[in-house]
Design a protein around this ligand. Structure first.
Ligand SMILES: Nc1nc2c(c(=O)[nH]1)N[C@H]1C(S)=C(S)[C@@H](COP(=O)(O)O)O[C@H]1N2
Ligand SMILES: [Mo]
Length: 334
């Protein structure tokens, strides 16, 4: 086994992606006319380097075009981005296996374009939408968010997507819509985990949000990461990102959005209700039976650099979201 010195780990794994340069940004700025040295643009330039062409997931042309026009997200002060290869190489996507390396190894053949999204339930614009059409009127935005898995590891990820509230407004939910349910593709021919004999989940994977959570400006429908198309292992072509909740709420490869009056089923909640609640808000004071939630391992971490940090209430987004849960007992509604 290869053991690296801590000094090597620092320079080779952490620095390059925190001293990032984005080729497209650089070109754009140069074309815009030599604003390169000005204070404003310089900050935008020092974002990140796009991953190697060869390692990137191409995505369809229509998406590439939208991604090029996406606005840039705000960096989180004092927090480095988790390198691309960890974001796209350490995944939970049980449709492709239980190990963290499985999704990257087994999801590459997933057919992500064209992609249909069925909209149904309590809304006046139900129907079967092509993802391209569903996104057409919207500009993409980059959002740099912390992602906290209930298994007590975390990352900082630059997603690109459309705020869910913008999509929902267009679909015109009725007054009866109290929740939104999301469902992942069910296709055992493409998703080996769905036909596995040892499979423990009740497919398809589904999740839900209360309407006010779905309409919260932080809630994002992601189609990209690191300025580029979302690779299959991260839930291409269309996945939810709810940064103040445990990662399992952020359901991947979504084919259905349904507005409901009743609280919808949610896969992990249904599988082990005493371990995973419907709300699943990140909360350092309420432990999971098998994991303390007080701290987390910020990836990349290693023996020499465990990178263990304190978990924050609502994953550090309390100022923005705590009001949604005023008066609720968060020990009961975990
Ligand atoms: N359909 C589906 N969505 C899913 C999962 C899954 O197994 N299937 N895993 C969840 C969990 S537990 C986490 S932590 C995040 C991980 O997202 P990432 O791999 O993009 O980091 O996806 C969530 N969405
Ligand atoms: Mo997770």
């Amino acid at each position: 086994m290869l053991i690296k010195k801590p000094s090597d780990i620092r320079s080779s794994e952490i620095t390059p992606e925190s001293v990032y340069r984005r080729r497209r940004e650089l070109l754009k700025a140069m074309l815009a006319g030599g604003a390169l040295m000005a204070a404003g643009p310089a900050r935008a330039l020092e974002r990140y380097e796009l991953p190697d062409e060869a390692k990137r997931y191409p995505g369809p042309e229509w998406l590439q075009e939208k991604l090029r026009a996406a606005s840039k997200g705000e960096v989180i002060e004092g927090e480095d981005l988790t390198p691309y290869r960890h974001v796209t190489g350490h995944n939970n996507f049980y449709e492709f296996g239980l190990a963290k390396e499985d999704p990257k190894a087994k999801a590459q053949g997933l057919k992500t374009d064209p992609w249909k999204v069925e909209v149904s339930g309590e809304c006046s614009k139900p129907g079967s939408y092509n993802l391209e059409d569903l996104l057409k009127p919207h500009e993409l935005e980059e959002r740099i968010y912390r992602l906290r898995c209930v298994e007590a590891w975390s990352m900082v990820i630059p997603w690109v997507g459309v705020p869910l509230n913008k999509l929902i407004s267009r679909l015109e939910p009725t007054g009866n819509a109290k929740f939104v349910e999301f469902t992942t593709l069910h296709d055992p021919s493409q998703m080996p985990g769905q036909k596995s004999f040892f499979s423990t989940l009740n497919w398809p994977y589904s999740e839900g949000l209360r309407m006010d959570e779905a309409m919260h400006p932080l809630t994002l429908m992601a189609v990209g990461v690191y300025g580029d198309a979302l690779p299959p292992q991260n839930g291409a072509p269309f996945r939810l990102v709810v940064p103040w909740k445990y990662g399992f709420k952020s359901i991947k490869s979504i084919v259905s959005i349904r507005f409901t009056e009743q609280m919808p089923r949610a896969t992990w909640n249904e599988t082990a209700p005493s371990e995973y609640g419907f709300y699943a808000n990140v909360n350092p004071q309420v432990d999971h039976p098998r994991w303390s939630q007080a701290t987390e391992r910020r990836l990349p971490s290693s023996l020499f650099n465990p990178n263990q940090i304190d978990t924050r209430m609502f994953n550090g987004y309390a100022d923005q979201v705590a009001h949604l849960y005023q008066g609720m007992d968060l020990r009961k509604w975990y």
